[in-house]
Design a protein around this ligand. Structure first.
Ligand code: SAM
Length: 481
Protein backbone atom coordinates (compact mmCIF):
# COMPACT_ATOMS: atom_id res chain seq x y z
CA UNK A 1 0.00 0.00 0.00
CA UNK A 2 1.00 3.60 -0.42
CA UNK A 3 2.37 5.69 2.40
CA UNK A 4 1.95 9.44 2.86
CA UNK A 5 5.21 11.31 2.90
CA UNK A 6 6.05 14.79 4.26
CA UNK A 7 4.10 17.65 2.58
CA UNK A 8 7.39 19.12 1.29
CA UNK A 9 8.27 15.79 -0.38
CA UNK A 10 4.88 15.53 -2.03
CA UNK A 11 5.11 19.13 -3.20
CA UNK A 12 8.44 18.26 -4.81
CA UNK A 13 6.88 15.23 -6.52
CA UNK A 14 3.99 17.31 -7.87
CA UNK A 15 6.40 19.96 -9.17
CA UNK A 16 8.53 17.29 -10.79
CA UNK A 17 5.52 15.75 -12.55
CA UNK A 18 4.21 19.06 -13.83
CA UNK A 19 7.64 20.28 -14.90
CA UNK A 20 7.83 17.11 -17.05
CA UNK A 21 4.56 17.67 -18.87
CA UNK A 22 2.49 15.33 -16.71
CA UNK A 23 -0.78 17.17 -17.18
CA UNK A 24 -3.98 16.53 -19.11
CA UNK A 25 -3.24 18.83 -22.06
CA UNK A 26 0.33 17.76 -22.70
CA UNK A 27 -0.26 14.03 -22.16
CA UNK A 28 -3.16 14.15 -24.60
CA UNK A 29 -1.09 16.04 -27.12
CA UNK A 30 1.81 13.59 -26.85
CA UNK A 31 0.22 10.17 -26.40
CA UNK A 32 -3.43 10.67 -27.30
CA UNK A 33 -5.03 10.66 -23.86
CA UNK A 34 -4.44 11.53 -20.22
CA UNK A 35 -6.16 8.41 -18.89
CA UNK A 36 -5.07 4.79 -18.70
CA UNK A 37 -5.59 3.05 -22.04
CA UNK A 38 -8.95 1.56 -22.87
CA UNK A 39 -8.77 -2.07 -24.03
CA UNK A 40 -7.09 -2.08 -27.43
CA UNK A 41 -5.51 1.35 -27.03
CA UNK A 42 -2.39 0.21 -25.15
CA UNK A 43 -0.30 -0.37 -28.25
CA UNK A 44 -1.06 3.03 -29.72
CA UNK A 45 -0.13 4.78 -26.46
CA UNK A 46 2.90 2.55 -26.10
CA UNK A 47 4.04 3.50 -29.63
CA UNK A 48 3.54 7.22 -29.03
CA UNK A 49 5.72 7.06 -25.92
CA UNK A 50 8.44 4.90 -27.55
CA UNK A 51 11.21 7.49 -27.48
CA UNK A 52 12.58 7.41 -23.95
CA UNK A 53 12.40 10.86 -22.41
CA UNK A 54 11.42 11.77 -18.85
CA UNK A 55 7.82 12.75 -19.84
CA UNK A 56 7.40 9.50 -21.79
CA UNK A 57 8.87 7.45 -18.96
CA UNK A 58 6.38 9.00 -16.53
CA UNK A 59 3.50 8.29 -18.92
CA UNK A 60 4.63 4.67 -19.35
CA UNK A 61 4.95 4.08 -15.65
CA UNK A 62 1.97 6.00 -14.29
CA UNK A 63 -0.62 5.81 -17.10
CA UNK A 64 0.21 2.74 -19.15
CA UNK A 65 1.43 0.62 -16.24
CA UNK A 66 4.46 -0.51 -18.28
CA UNK A 67 7.43 -2.22 -16.61
CA UNK A 68 10.67 -0.27 -17.11
CA UNK A 69 14.19 -1.42 -16.31
CA UNK A 70 15.71 0.15 -13.22
CA UNK A 71 18.72 1.58 -15.05
CA UNK A 72 16.53 3.55 -17.48
CA UNK A 73 14.31 4.74 -14.64
CA UNK A 74 17.27 6.03 -12.67
CA UNK A 75 18.78 7.60 -15.79
CA UNK A 76 15.65 9.63 -16.61
CA UNK A 77 14.38 10.42 -13.10
CA UNK A 78 16.36 12.14 -10.32
CA UNK A 79 17.45 9.76 -7.55
CA UNK A 80 15.53 11.65 -4.88
CA UNK A 81 12.26 11.29 -6.85
CA UNK A 82 12.84 7.59 -7.53
CA UNK A 83 13.56 6.99 -3.83
CA UNK A 84 10.52 9.04 -2.80
CA UNK A 85 8.25 7.05 -5.17
CA UNK A 86 9.71 3.75 -3.89
CA UNK A 87 9.36 4.86 -0.28
CA UNK A 88 5.70 5.99 -0.74
CA UNK A 89 4.85 2.76 -2.57
CA UNK A 90 4.05 4.50 -5.87
CA UNK A 91 6.77 2.42 -7.54
CA UNK A 92 8.15 -1.00 -6.76
CA UNK A 93 11.49 -2.38 -7.92
CA UNK A 94 12.16 -6.10 -8.14
CA UNK A 95 15.05 -7.82 -9.91
CA UNK A 96 16.04 -4.64 -11.70
CA UNK A 97 12.51 -3.97 -13.00
CA UNK A 98 10.49 -0.94 -11.93
CA UNK A 99 6.72 -0.94 -12.01
CA UNK A 100 4.11 1.54 -10.79
CA UNK A 101 1.72 0.31 -8.10
CA UNK A 102 -0.58 3.23 -8.86
CA UNK A 103 -1.91 5.27 -11.72
CA UNK A 104 -1.65 9.05 -11.60
CA UNK A 105 -4.51 10.83 -13.33
CA UNK A 106 -4.46 14.55 -14.09
CA UNK A 107 -7.92 16.16 -13.91
CA UNK A 108 -7.96 19.87 -14.68
CA UNK A 109 -4.98 21.11 -12.64
CA UNK A 110 -5.10 18.41 -9.93
CA UNK A 111 -3.37 15.02 -9.82
CA UNK A 112 -5.06 11.88 -8.47
CA UNK A 113 -3.18 8.78 -7.42
CA UNK A 114 -5.12 5.50 -7.19
CA UNK A 115 -4.60 1.76 -7.68
CA UNK A 116 -2.78 0.50 -10.77
CA UNK A 117 -4.96 -1.74 -12.94
CA UNK A 118 -2.86 -4.84 -12.23
CA UNK A 119 -4.33 -4.75 -8.69
CA UNK A 120 -7.54 -5.99 -10.36
CA UNK A 121 -5.84 -9.28 -11.11
CA UNK A 122 -4.61 -9.69 -7.53
CA UNK A 123 -6.21 -10.81 -4.26
CA UNK A 124 -6.72 -7.09 -3.44
CA UNK A 125 -9.09 -6.68 -6.42
CA UNK A 126 -12.27 -6.33 -4.34
CA UNK A 127 -10.76 -3.24 -2.62
CA UNK A 128 -9.60 -1.64 -5.88
CA UNK A 129 -9.79 2.15 -5.66
CA UNK A 130 -11.26 3.67 -8.76
CA UNK A 131 -9.13 6.05 -10.87
CA UNK A 132 -10.30 9.64 -11.18
CA UNK A 133 -10.57 9.13 -14.95
CA UNK A 134 -13.82 7.14 -14.96
CA UNK A 135 -16.84 8.40 -16.83
CA UNK A 136 -18.99 8.42 -13.70
CA UNK A 137 -16.49 10.43 -11.63
CA UNK A 138 -16.17 13.06 -14.34
CA UNK A 139 -19.88 13.11 -15.11
CA UNK A 140 -20.58 14.01 -11.46
CA UNK A 141 -17.63 16.45 -11.34
CA UNK A 142 -18.98 18.35 -14.34
CA UNK A 143 -22.54 18.40 -12.96
CA UNK A 144 -21.63 19.57 -9.46
CA UNK A 145 -22.91 23.02 -8.52
CA UNK A 146 -19.93 25.15 -7.55
CA UNK A 147 -21.55 27.90 -5.43
CA UNK A 148 -19.40 28.92 -2.44
CA UNK A 149 -20.57 27.02 0.67
CA UNK A 150 -19.41 26.50 4.24
CA UNK A 151 -19.43 22.73 4.30
CA UNK A 152 -19.42 19.81 1.88
CA UNK A 153 -19.46 16.03 2.25
CA UNK A 154 -18.12 13.57 -0.33
CA UNK A 155 -19.69 10.21 0.56
CA UNK A 156 -17.75 7.30 -0.93
CA UNK A 157 -14.74 9.46 -1.80
CA UNK A 158 -12.51 6.85 -3.52
CA UNK A 159 -9.43 8.72 -4.73
CA UNK A 160 -11.00 11.98 -3.50
CA UNK A 161 -11.93 13.60 -6.80
CA UNK A 162 -15.16 15.21 -5.54
CA UNK A 163 -13.75 16.13 -2.13
CA UNK A 164 -10.74 17.86 -3.67
CA UNK A 165 -12.75 19.82 -6.21
CA UNK A 166 -15.27 20.74 -3.47
CA UNK A 167 -12.39 22.03 -1.33
CA UNK A 168 -12.15 24.94 -3.74
CA UNK A 169 -15.64 26.28 -3.06
CA UNK A 170 -16.41 24.83 0.39
CA UNK A 171 -14.62 26.15 3.47
CA UNK A 172 -14.61 22.68 5.01
CA UNK A 173 -14.94 19.26 3.35
CA UNK A 174 -15.49 15.86 4.95
CA UNK A 175 -14.58 12.86 2.78
CA UNK A 176 -15.92 9.48 3.88
CA UNK A 177 -15.54 5.94 2.61
CA UNK A 178 -16.06 2.44 3.92
CA UNK A 179 -12.64 1.57 2.50
CA UNK A 180 -9.52 2.58 4.46
CA UNK A 181 -7.59 2.08 1.24
CA UNK A 182 -9.72 4.72 -0.49
CA UNK A 183 -9.30 7.13 2.42
CA UNK A 184 -5.54 6.70 2.27
CA UNK A 185 -5.60 7.74 -1.39
CA UNK A 186 -7.82 10.73 -0.64
CA UNK A 187 -5.42 11.85 2.12
CA UNK A 188 -2.45 11.29 -0.17
CA UNK A 189 -4.06 13.24 -2.99
CA UNK A 190 -5.04 16.15 -0.75
CA UNK A 191 -1.41 16.37 0.41
CA UNK A 192 -0.05 15.93 -3.14
CA UNK A 193 -2.19 18.82 -4.34
CA UNK A 194 -1.44 21.02 -1.30
CA UNK A 195 -5.08 20.96 -0.07
CA UNK A 196 -5.59 21.22 3.69
CA UNK A 197 -9.34 21.65 4.25
CA UNK A 198 -10.39 18.02 3.59
CA UNK A 199 -10.96 15.75 6.58
CA UNK A 200 -11.21 11.99 5.98
CA UNK A 201 -13.42 9.68 8.04
CA UNK A 202 -14.09 5.95 7.75
CA UNK A 203 -17.52 4.31 7.85
CA UNK A 204 -20.57 3.23 5.92
CA UNK A 205 -23.11 5.68 4.49
CA UNK A 206 -23.71 8.54 6.96
CA UNK A 207 -22.21 6.73 10.00
CA UNK A 208 -19.09 8.93 10.09
CA UNK A 209 -21.14 12.17 10.15
CA UNK A 210 -23.85 11.41 12.72
CA UNK A 211 -25.70 14.61 13.71
CA UNK A 212 -23.80 16.69 11.17
CA UNK A 213 -25.29 18.77 8.37
CA UNK A 214 -23.77 20.02 5.16
CA UNK A 215 -24.58 22.63 2.53
CA UNK A 216 -23.55 20.23 -0.22
CA UNK A 217 -23.35 16.45 -0.31
CA UNK A 218 -21.85 14.79 -3.38
CA UNK A 219 -21.73 11.07 -3.92
CA UNK A 220 -20.79 8.63 -6.64
CA UNK A 221 -21.87 5.56 -4.68
CA UNK A 222 -21.54 1.87 -5.54
CA UNK A 223 -24.79 1.85 -7.50
CA UNK A 224 -24.61 -1.22 -9.75
CA UNK A 225 -27.68 -3.41 -9.06
CA UNK A 226 -26.94 -7.11 -9.27
CA UNK A 227 -26.26 -10.29 -7.35
CA UNK A 228 -22.47 -9.88 -7.32
CA UNK A 229 -20.32 -8.26 -4.68
CA UNK A 230 -17.06 -8.34 -6.59
CA UNK A 231 -15.99 -4.76 -6.08
CA UNK A 232 -16.52 -2.37 -3.16
CA UNK A 233 -16.26 0.54 -5.60
CA UNK A 234 -19.21 -0.43 -7.74
CA UNK A 235 -21.47 -3.25 -6.52
CA UNK A 236 -24.51 -2.13 -4.58
CA UNK A 237 -24.22 -4.37 -1.52
CA UNK A 238 -27.99 -4.52 -0.91
CA UNK A 239 -30.93 -5.83 -2.97
CA UNK A 240 -31.33 -4.10 -6.36
CA UNK A 241 -31.01 -0.31 -5.81
CA UNK A 242 -31.61 -0.40 -2.06
CA UNK A 243 -28.21 1.14 -1.22
CA UNK A 244 -29.05 4.26 -3.27
CA UNK A 245 -32.53 4.40 -1.72
CA UNK A 246 -30.99 4.42 1.75
CA UNK A 247 -28.59 7.18 0.76
CA UNK A 248 -31.45 9.31 -0.62
CA UNK A 249 -33.62 8.57 2.44
CA UNK A 250 -30.93 9.48 4.96
CA UNK A 251 -29.47 12.50 3.14
CA UNK A 252 -32.08 15.11 4.22
CA UNK A 253 -31.13 14.58 7.89
CA UNK A 254 -27.59 15.64 6.93
CA UNK A 255 -28.48 18.63 4.75
CA UNK A 256 -28.76 22.23 5.98
CA UNK A 257 -31.96 24.00 4.94
CA UNK A 258 -31.57 24.84 1.24
CA UNK A 259 -28.62 22.43 1.12
CA UNK A 260 -28.14 20.17 -1.90
CA UNK A 261 -27.34 16.53 -2.50
CA UNK A 262 -25.99 15.54 -5.91
CA UNK A 263 -25.51 11.84 -6.44
CA UNK A 264 -25.19 9.45 -9.31
CA UNK A 265 -27.59 6.56 -9.29
CA UNK A 266 -28.86 3.62 -11.25
CA UNK A 267 -32.37 2.68 -10.28
CA UNK A 268 -34.42 -0.23 -11.52
CA UNK A 269 -37.79 -0.09 -13.20
CA UNK A 270 -40.00 -2.95 -12.01
CA UNK A 271 -42.55 -4.35 -14.47
CA UNK A 272 -46.00 -2.89 -13.78
CA UNK A 273 -44.65 -0.04 -11.61
CA UNK A 274 -44.06 3.61 -12.48
CA UNK A 275 -40.37 4.39 -11.90
CA UNK A 276 -40.90 8.12 -11.17
CA UNK A 277 -43.39 7.13 -8.45
CA UNK A 278 -40.95 4.60 -7.08
CA UNK A 279 -38.21 7.27 -6.95
CA UNK A 280 -40.59 9.85 -5.46
CA UNK A 281 -41.20 7.38 -2.64
CA UNK A 282 -37.49 7.52 -1.74
CA UNK A 283 -37.48 11.29 -1.27
CA UNK A 284 -38.58 13.04 1.93
CA UNK A 285 -38.57 16.80 2.64
CA UNK A 286 -36.68 17.78 -0.49
CA UNK A 287 -37.33 19.04 -3.99
CA UNK A 288 -35.87 16.65 -6.54
CA UNK A 289 -34.38 17.50 -9.93
CA UNK A 290 -33.43 14.34 -11.76
CA UNK A 291 -31.22 14.21 -14.81
CA UNK A 292 -32.32 11.06 -16.54
CA UNK A 293 -30.09 9.14 -18.95
CA UNK A 294 -31.15 6.46 -21.39
CA UNK A 295 -32.63 3.34 -19.73
CA UNK A 296 -31.03 0.02 -20.57
CA UNK A 297 -32.80 -3.34 -20.94
CA UNK A 298 -31.67 -5.96 -18.36
CA UNK A 299 -29.81 -8.21 -20.77
CA UNK A 300 -27.91 -5.36 -22.40
CA UNK A 301 -27.12 -3.95 -18.96
CA UNK A 302 -25.67 -7.25 -17.76
CA UNK A 303 -23.48 -7.48 -20.87
CA UNK A 304 -22.19 -3.94 -20.31
CA UNK A 305 -21.40 -4.59 -16.65
CA UNK A 306 -19.77 -7.95 -17.05
CA UNK A 307 -16.34 -6.43 -17.31
CA UNK A 308 -14.26 -4.60 -14.76
CA UNK A 309 -12.88 -1.10 -15.15
CA UNK A 310 -9.96 -2.35 -17.27
CA UNK A 311 -12.27 -4.15 -19.69
CA UNK A 312 -11.48 -7.69 -18.44
CA UNK A 313 -14.42 -10.06 -17.93
CA UNK A 314 -15.59 -10.77 -14.42
CA UNK A 315 -15.98 -14.42 -13.68
CA UNK A 316 -18.22 -14.48 -10.61
CA UNK A 317 -21.90 -13.37 -10.88
CA UNK A 318 -22.03 -14.74 -14.39
CA UNK A 319 -24.20 -13.21 -17.08
CA UNK A 320 -26.80 -15.94 -16.58
CA UNK A 321 -26.91 -15.52 -12.75
CA UNK A 322 -27.30 -11.79 -13.19
CA UNK A 323 -30.00 -12.11 -15.85
CA UNK A 324 -31.90 -14.62 -13.67
CA UNK A 325 -31.62 -12.21 -10.71
CA UNK A 326 -33.22 -9.42 -12.76
CA UNK A 327 -35.95 -11.80 -13.99
CA UNK A 328 -36.72 -12.91 -10.44
CA UNK A 329 -37.12 -9.28 -9.38
CA UNK A 330 -39.18 -8.42 -12.51
CA UNK A 331 -36.66 -5.74 -13.57
CA UNK A 332 -37.82 -4.21 -16.82
CA UNK A 333 -34.98 -1.67 -17.22
CA UNK A 334 -32.10 -0.01 -15.41
CA UNK A 335 -32.20 3.79 -15.44
CA UNK A 336 -29.04 5.87 -15.03
CA UNK A 337 -29.08 9.43 -13.78
CA UNK A 338 -28.04 12.14 -11.41
CA UNK A 339 -30.35 12.89 -8.51
CA UNK A 340 -30.18 16.46 -7.18
CA UNK A 341 -32.10 17.15 -3.98
CA UNK A 342 -32.67 20.53 -2.38
CA UNK A 343 -33.89 20.44 1.23
CA UNK A 344 -36.96 22.64 1.61
CA UNK A 345 -39.95 22.67 3.95
CA UNK A 346 -43.37 22.84 2.26
CA UNK A 347 -44.88 21.04 -0.72
CA UNK A 348 -42.01 19.47 -2.58
CA UNK A 349 -41.74 18.83 -6.30
CA UNK A 350 -39.97 16.23 -8.45
CA UNK A 351 -38.83 17.12 -11.95
CA UNK A 352 -37.31 14.75 -14.48
CA UNK A 353 -35.06 16.24 -17.15
CA UNK A 354 -33.96 13.93 -19.92
CA UNK A 355 -30.33 13.97 -20.95
CA UNK A 356 -30.10 13.24 -24.67
CA UNK A 357 -26.30 12.77 -24.81
CA UNK A 358 -23.23 12.99 -22.65
CA UNK A 359 -21.93 15.79 -20.45
CA UNK A 360 -18.49 16.92 -21.58
CA UNK A 361 -18.23 20.46 -20.20
CA UNK A 362 -18.98 22.02 -16.81
CA UNK A 363 -22.76 22.01 -16.32
CA UNK A 364 -23.16 22.77 -12.61
CA UNK A 365 -24.62 26.17 -13.45
CA UNK A 366 -27.14 24.51 -15.79
CA UNK A 367 -28.23 22.24 -12.91
CA UNK A 368 -28.60 25.24 -10.57
CA UNK A 369 -30.55 27.14 -13.27
CA UNK A 370 -32.74 24.07 -13.87
CA UNK A 371 -33.64 23.85 -10.18
CA UNK A 372 -34.40 27.60 -10.02
CA UNK A 373 -36.58 27.38 -13.14
CA UNK A 374 -38.68 24.50 -11.81
CA UNK A 375 -39.01 26.27 -8.48
CA UNK A 376 -40.33 29.34 -10.32
CA UNK A 377 -42.87 27.33 -12.32
CA UNK A 378 -44.05 25.37 -9.29
CA UNK A 379 -44.58 28.56 -7.28
CA UNK A 380 -46.79 30.24 -9.95
CA UNK A 381 -50.44 29.49 -10.59
CA UNK A 382 -51.63 30.38 -14.10
CA UNK A 383 -52.67 33.88 -13.08
CA UNK A 384 -49.29 34.73 -11.53
CA UNK A 385 -47.48 33.08 -14.46
CA UNK A 386 -49.40 35.28 -16.96
CA UNK A 387 -47.91 38.40 -15.36
CA UNK A 388 -44.30 37.17 -15.64
CA UNK A 389 -41.89 38.47 -18.29
CA UNK A 390 -39.70 35.91 -20.05
CA UNK A 391 -36.79 36.05 -22.44
CA UNK A 392 -35.20 33.44 -24.67
CA UNK A 393 -32.22 31.71 -23.05
CA UNK A 394 -28.91 33.23 -24.15
CA UNK A 395 -27.43 29.87 -25.05
CA UNK A 396 -30.42 28.73 -27.13
CA UNK A 397 -29.87 27.86 -30.77
CA UNK A 398 -32.64 27.22 -33.29
CA UNK A 399 -32.11 25.39 -36.57
CA UNK A 400 -34.69 25.10 -39.35
CA UNK A 401 -34.82 21.44 -40.36
CA UNK A 402 -35.04 20.36 -44.01
CA UNK A 403 -38.48 19.26 -45.29
CA UNK A 404 -37.17 15.67 -45.66
CA UNK A 405 -36.27 15.74 -41.92
CA UNK A 406 -39.75 16.88 -40.92
CA UNK A 407 -39.39 20.62 -41.61
CA UNK A 408 -39.69 21.57 -37.93
CA UNK A 409 -37.42 23.77 -35.89
CA UNK A 410 -34.77 22.14 -33.72
CA UNK A 411 -34.08 23.92 -30.43
CA UNK A 412 -30.98 23.20 -28.42
CA UNK A 413 -29.52 24.70 -25.29
CA UNK A 414 -25.73 24.93 -25.29
CA UNK A 415 -25.50 24.88 -21.50
CA UNK A 416 -23.66 21.60 -21.05
CA UNK A 417 -26.83 19.48 -20.75
CA UNK A 418 -27.74 19.55 -24.46
CA UNK A 419 -31.44 19.97 -23.74
CA UNK A 420 -33.28 19.85 -27.04
CA UNK A 421 -36.75 19.87 -28.57
CA UNK A 422 -38.39 19.93 -31.95
CA UNK A 423 -41.09 22.54 -32.40
CA UNK A 424 -43.30 23.68 -35.26
CA UNK A 425 -43.47 27.13 -36.88
CA UNK A 426 -46.44 28.48 -34.82
CA UNK A 427 -44.75 27.55 -31.52
CA UNK A 428 -41.52 29.14 -32.79
CA UNK A 429 -43.44 32.31 -33.66
CA UNK A 430 -45.00 32.32 -30.19
CA UNK A 431 -41.76 31.92 -28.22
CA UNK A 432 -40.07 34.57 -30.38
CA UNK A 433 -42.49 37.10 -28.87
CA UNK A 434 -40.70 36.84 -25.53
CA UNK A 435 -38.32 39.79 -25.34
CA UNK A 436 -37.97 40.21 -21.57
CA UNK A 437 -40.36 43.17 -21.55
CA UNK A 438 -43.78 41.86 -22.53
CA UNK A 439 -45.71 39.83 -19.98
CA UNK A 440 -46.81 36.32 -20.91
CA UNK A 441 -50.39 37.62 -21.05
CA UNK A 442 -49.37 40.28 -23.60
CA UNK A 443 -47.53 37.68 -25.68
CA UNK A 444 -50.61 35.42 -25.71
CA UNK A 445 -52.80 38.38 -26.78
CA UNK A 446 -50.38 39.33 -29.53
CA UNK A 447 -50.14 35.74 -30.77
CA UNK A 448 -53.94 35.36 -30.70
CA UNK A 449 -54.37 38.59 -32.71
CA UNK A 450 -51.85 37.38 -35.33
CA UNK A 451 -53.64 34.04 -35.69
CA UNK A 452 -57.22 35.39 -35.49
CA UNK A 453 -57.95 33.41 -32.33
CA UNK A 454 -59.49 34.18 -28.96
CA UNK A 455 -56.72 34.70 -26.33
CA UNK A 456 -58.77 32.90 -23.66
CA UNK A 457 -59.12 29.83 -25.87
CA UNK A 458 -55.37 29.64 -26.49
CA UNK A 459 -54.21 30.53 -22.97
CA UNK A 460 -54.48 27.05 -21.40
CA UNK A 461 -52.39 25.31 -24.07
CA UNK A 462 -49.87 28.13 -24.34
CA UNK A 463 -49.33 28.32 -20.59
CA UNK A 464 -48.68 24.56 -20.55
CA UNK A 465 -46.09 25.00 -23.30
CA UNK A 466 -44.49 27.84 -21.34
CA UNK A 467 -44.27 25.69 -18.21
CA UNK A 468 -42.42 23.00 -20.13
CA UNK A 469 -40.13 25.49 -21.88
CA UNK A 470 -39.25 27.34 -18.66
CA UNK A 471 -38.57 24.11 -16.77
CA UNK A 472 -36.31 22.96 -19.62
CA UNK A 473 -34.48 26.30 -19.72
CA UNK A 474 -35.47 27.51 -23.23
CA UNK A 475 -37.40 30.45 -21.75
CA UNK A 476 -36.03 32.28 -18.72
CA UNK A 477 -38.05 34.43 -16.28
CA UNK A 478 -36.36 37.88 -16.32
CA UNK A 479 -35.97 37.74 -12.54
CA UNK A 480 -33.77 34.65 -12.95
CA UNK A 481 -31.89 35.83 -16.06
C1 SAM B 1 -18.07 4.43 -7.61
S1 SAM B 1 -16.83 4.59 -6.36
C2 SAM B 1 -16.61 6.33 -6.41
C3 SAM B 1 -15.29 6.80 -5.95
C4 SAM B 1 -15.06 8.31 -6.16
N1 SAM B 1 -16.00 9.10 -5.43
C5 SAM B 1 -15.17 8.61 -7.65
O1 SAM B 1 -16.15 9.24 -8.06
O2 SAM B 1 -14.25 8.22 -8.38
C6 SAM B 1 -17.78 4.30 -4.90
C7 SAM B 1 -17.03 4.51 -3.59
O3 SAM B 1 -17.93 4.23 -2.52
C8 SAM B 1 -17.25 3.51 -1.51
N2 SAM B 1 -18.24 2.71 -0.74
C9 SAM B 1 -18.71 1.46 -0.98
N3 SAM B 1 -19.60 1.11 -0.04
C10 SAM B 1 -19.70 2.17 0.80
C11 SAM B 1 -20.48 2.41 1.97
N4 SAM B 1 -21.29 1.49 2.46
N5 SAM B 1 -20.34 3.60 2.59
C12 SAM B 1 -19.47 4.54 2.12
N6 SAM B 1 -18.73 4.37 1.01
C13 SAM B 1 -18.85 3.19 0.37
C14 SAM B 1 -16.26 2.65 -2.28
O4 SAM B 1 -15.19 2.25 -1.44
C15 SAM B 1 -15.84 3.61 -3.40
O5 SAM B 1 -14.71 4.36 -3.01
Amino acid sequence: MIKISKPSDLRRLREFLSSHAYDAARLTERIGRARPPAPGEDQQMFDSSREITTPNLLARLFLLGTRVDERTTREFMPQEIVELCLDCGLLSCRNGVVRAQVVIIPVEDLLFVSDAFHILGSDEAAEFVLPASTHSANFLRLLTMRAAVDSALDLGCGSGIHALFASRHAKRVVATDISERALLYTRFNAALNGIDNVECRAGSLFEPVTNQRFDLIVSNPPFVPGPGENFVYRDNPLELDEFCRQLVREAPAHLCDDGHLQMLCEWVEIAGESWPERLADWILGCDAWILHGTPVAPQQYVQQRSTDISGASIETASVSDWTAYFERHKVKAVHPGMIALRKRAGDNWLHVQNLPGDVTAPAGQAVADGIAAVEFIEACDDEALSEACLCLAEDLSAVQMKPEDGGGIYLRLENGLMTDAEIDAPVAAFINLFNGERTIKQCIEEFAAATDAEPDKLAGDLLSIIRVFVSRGFLVPVDLA
